[in-house]
Ligand binder design. Sequence first.
Ligand SMILES: [Zn+2]
Ligand SMILES: [Zn+2]
Length: 217
Amino acid sequence: MIKDYKRYFENIPTCPHCNQELSVCEAPPVHIGDGLGWGSEVLYICLNDYCSLFLKGWDQIEERYGHHASYRYMRLPDSNESNLMMVGNADAFKASVIDPQALEDQNERYQAEKKALLALDNCVKEKNLEPALHLILDEAAAIDGRKRAASMLVAINNLDCIDPIRNHTFRDTSLESDCNMAIKQLLQQNYKKECPYCMEIIKAKATLCMHCKQELT
Ligand SMILES: [Zn+2]
Ligand SMILES: [Zn+2]
């Protein structure tokens, strides 16, 4: 599921210690026993390494608590409440910064997946390979939709799916083997085979590959 973080980018507060715009960060997951957590999916955090709060924090914490850490300024969205977050190094929270462009891309990918899933219902009837192939090749799409798409390849009966599937790197080995099985059946039902030397699709009965001229036994 894609979270709609867009609104958090509309009024980003600045840090009172360095006047820099705060970073929009994904709130760390709440562990059971941690209490209530932040009550927000997003935190605004000053990640400026030259922020005076962060620079002075090392000495302050060393003096007060005797350990190596500093502070980052943090604000919760929809609240005027500010907090100091203790961090052990300069990189803390930097991996959780939300990139609005990445969000946009993620959203576009998700919309395309949804559209393909809807089109999947009619793709056998319409002999429409496109939505099925789209899902199969989208590593970020949900696996059940991709598996369903793979199960339709034989009925769609379009050999154009073979090349892109062969050229794809599957993370899910069970989906990959579903696709291999489907390709095998597809080739059989069309009296074709793949040349073992150049992988081009040729007639099942061919004894010489018309592409690479290798003799086949
Ligand atoms: Zn700051
Ligand atoms: Zn060949």
